[in-house]
Write a protein that binds this ligand. Structure first.
Ligand code: DGL
Length: 274
């Protein structure tokens, strides 16, 4: 879309975000800081969470249905705030909606390459992300001269969905999955799933002060800002942007967890079927 053709209704249109559940809120938090005037619409696919243990075709279909829903809400851009869905569906969504601005996420291997001093990094993610072609291409392009250790994690996303950010079970799963990476002497840990920044403190406490823990919320929000600016779609304000929350799961279960994460009193609307 050229800058000259953008009208006021597009500037005021919301930006859509989606994830298998509450994880993408770690990206939306950063977007709220960087884009204070934008209306944001979040969709948590809680009824189909987790994505990471499912097949690519299933996740692509979910991504398609949810993107259509966000477009119906008038979204001028969609952020695939999920590594697993970005792995499975980003290219497909861009082909399906060529006029829509679509921003994806990926594990922050490039940032880790810059920050790591001993050039040993670990990546925690879902099986779907770490087995994927997009992730292998990322490693081919950006892991030169580094030792990269990957660890697919099972069972953690479900606990985060229940709001159990620092329960004994959460710590036990983390310790089991971090041990092999810490034993390799990593000095940088990449959080390759948007749920994990929500428990960054618990992860940091296990890793200790010598390991830098990095996530992608800020860089993705900055990329979104750049895309909105370069296509002339950034809402210049002065009004304060509003946030809306939808979920394919039960609103009563999802609302308290979202409220734990977001500063605003998130009121989730159940949306079914999408
Ligand atoms: N938050 C997601 C990700 O970044 C999805 C995790 C899952 O549903 O398994 O991969």
């Amino acid at each position: 879309m050229s800058k000259s053709r953008v009208d006021a209704s597009v500037l005021a249109a919301p930006v859509g975000f989606f994830d298998s559940g509450v994880g993408g809120l770690s990206v939306m938090q950063a977007a709220r800081r960087i884009l204070p005037h934008e209306d944001l619409v979040y969709f948590a696919d809680s009824a189909h969470c987790p994505y990471g243990s499912k097949g690519g075709d299933f996740v692509r279909q979910r991504a398609l249905s949810i993107s259509r829903f966000l477009l119906e809400r008038g979204a001028k851009a969609v952020v695939v705030a999920c590594n697993s869905a970005s792995e499975a569906a980003l290219e497909f969504l861009r082909l399906t909606f060529p006029d829509l601005e679509i921003v994806g996420v990926e594990p922050a291997v490039k940032v880790a390459q810059r920050l790591s001093k001993n050039k040993k990094i670990g990546v925690l993610g879902t099986a779907l992300t770490l087995k994927g072609r997009r992730f292998s291409r990322l490693l081919e392009n950006f892991s030169c001269g580094m030792e990269v250790y990957t660890q697919p994690v099972a069972g953690l996303v479900e606990l985060i969905e229940e709001g159990r950010f620092d329960s004994p079970r959460t710590s036990a799963i983390l310790k089991k999955n971090l041990r092999p990476l810490l034993d390799k002497g990593i000095d940088t840990l990449v959080l390759g799933c948007t749920h994990y920044p929500l428990i960054k403190e618990t992860i940091g406490a296990i890793c200790g002060p010598r390991v830098e823990v990095i996530d992608t919320g800020e860089p993705v929000a900055r990329q979104l800002w750049r895309r909105l600016v370069s296509t002339g779609r950034l809402n210049p304000g002065p009004g304060e942007g509003q946030s809306e929350y939808f979920s394919s799961g039960a609103a009563a279960a999802v609302t308290p967890v979202m409220r734990k994460i977001m500063a605003d009193p998130a009121l989730v609307v159940h949306q079914s079927p999408v």
